[in-house]
Write a protein that binds this ligand. Structure first.
Ligand code: NAP
Length: 456
């Protein structure tokens, strides 16, 4: 039997586990999926916006995989804690596939970035997604105007959540405190700002259109921003996705405001240079106007524009975080690898693999992780004969217990789901997420039957 640990239960981890048990080249593969959190699904649970029910329903597909007899979910197990580093994992399993994603936000590296009122979009997403590590104090949305820096899909998500009325989110699983704060929000104007033109924006058309279809917000585009767009002199050379995005923003530029209570201003060709302070907090963002440089990028023009704002969300991409004991390419924020095999000083490290964002960087949609995981699993299967020779612990879960880990197994997760449904019932809502560690572990405890004191 080949025993494999997959670290991380987001899409890449689950797709890796699925590929491992569904192949026929190596018989009898058993997989433990370890996750630091007591809940599975990674960014599908803690990153996909609550109003994106269709994408969230992907959890049902991931669930089917996690319920396979050959796969065991072990939540609340932190790699790096209690001596469970990469070295120890290799003593417990024939191979380890790290699917730990890209947990941090990228930094702007400009003055004022850390002023109160300036947050990473990642923190905002964690808060409205009920991530148990999100700061407990609610986002006070006393600001009238918010600036979202970046024009990727995360920027679109956070701009949309700020622009939606709380009533539109009541039917989702957004935690009760966040819903209350969003209901009390005074934010009326949201500026989503890109440093390049619309042809260089990273958002996808479906997400963009959704922003324009909000019942409670007008979307405004300044025709002067569009006039600067010269990236594609030859219309035939415009890639389809760019053409669709350009069509949407041009429609918006031509559309008069409808007098809805909130406004989303989509801006382009503005590069952030400083977050400005007012009374000890962020009071605005100073941008330099940019212009196409003729080779696909932009150059500064020496002209500046200030957008007054009391809330700034920096949505400029995610970044991988090093796992102690694993090599890390700090420039790219990934673990160096060859087709998923971890490289230590340029050579493949036997038994160590990566998949997902920590392998290729934080790009692509959820489905991109499937071929990415498959490539890694193919590498692992090619190495299987040698991996099977390695001496490993007979019962890795017992070793985790002996080291002081208290895994939340699948029944514990199902108990959390039940507790969230029950919470929703008491609040007159569908399921509502539990936002804190104590609540999650107490709920999981209800199912802790097969091991003593199974969740703590
Ligand atoms: P992203 O797609 O890489 O977008 C980052 C944005 O930040 C870009 O507009 C980028 O502009 C800008 N940026 C980077 N550094 C900057 C700087 N120093 N100053 C100003 N702007 C800067 O990242 P993301 O939005 O975090 O999304 C990550 C991944 O998750 C993407 O693959 C995305 O599609 C996916 N995602 C998908 C969905 C969905 O499908 N609904 C939702 C959320 C996320 P430049 O292009 O000029 O660098």
């Amino acid at each position: 039997m080949l025993r494999i640990a997959v670290v991380g239960s987001g899409p890449s981890g689950v797709y890796a586990a699925q590929a491992l048990v569904e192949q026929s080249a190596v018989p009898d593969v058993r997989v433990h999926i370890l996750d630091r959190l007591p809940c599975p699904y990674g960014l599908v649970r803690y990153g996909v916006a609550p109003d994106h029910e269709k994408i969230k329903s992907l959890q049902n597909n991931l669930r089917t995989v996690l319920e396979d007899d050959r796969i065991e979910f072990l939540g609340n197990v932190e790699v790096g804690a209690r001596g469970l580093g990469p070295q120890r994992l290799l003593e417990l399993y024939h191979a380890v596939v790290y699917c730990v994603g890209a947990a941090r936000d990228r930094r702007l590296g400009i003055p004022g970035e850390d002023l109160p009122g300036s947050h990473s979009a990642t923190d905002f997403v964690s808060w409205y997604s009920a991530h148990p590590d999100a700061a407990p104090e609610p986002f006070t949305l006393g600001a009238r105007t918010a600036v979202v820096i970046g024009v990727g899909n995360v920027a679109v998500d956070v701009a949309r959540i700020l622009a939606r009325g709380a009533d539109e989110l009541r039917g989702t699983d957004v935690p009760e405190d966040a819903l209350g704060a969003l209901a009390a929000s005074r934010v009326r104007d949201v500026h989503m700002v890109g440093r390049r033109g619309p042809s260089g924006a990273k958002f996808t058309t479906k997400e963009l259109r959704e922003l324009g279809a909000l019942p409670s917000a007008d979307v405004l585009v300044d025709p002067a921003d569009l006039a600067l767009e010269t990236a594609y002199a030859d219309p035939a050379a415009v890639p389809a996705i760019v053409r669709r995005n350009l069509t949407v923003v041009r429609e918006w530029a031509a559309r008069p405001p409808q007098g809805r209570p909130r406004r989303v201003h989509v801006r382009f060709f503005l590069r952030p240079v400083e977050l400005l302070e007012r009374d000890g907090r962020v009071g605005g963002v100073c941008f330099e106007r940019t212009a196409p440089d003729g080779s696909g990028g932009v150059r500064g023009t020496g002209r500046y524009e200030v957008i007054e704002a009391q809330l700034v969300l920096r949505a400029v991409g995610y970044r991988g975080v090093p796992t102690e004991g694993l090599p890390f390419d700090a420039d790219r924020g990934v673990v160096p690898n060859a087709a998923g095999r971890v490289l230590r000083e340029g050579s493949c490290s036997p038994g160590e693999y990566v998949a997902g964002w920590i392998k290729r960087g934080p790009t692509g949609v959820i489905g991109t992780n499937r071929p990415c995981a498959k490539e890694t699993v193919n590498s692992l299967l090619e190495d299987a004969a040698a991996l099977g020779q390695r001496q490993v612990a007979a019962d890795p879960e017992a070793a985790l217990w002996a080291a002081g880990h208290r895994p939340v197994r699948w029944p514990g997760w199902l108990a959390i789901e039940e507790a969230e449904t029950a919470l929703g019932r008491t609040l007159g809502r569908p399921r509502v997420k539990i936002p804190d560690w104590t609540g999650l572990l107490d709920a999981a405890q209800a199912a802790a039957s097969d091991r003593p004191d199974a969740t703590r």
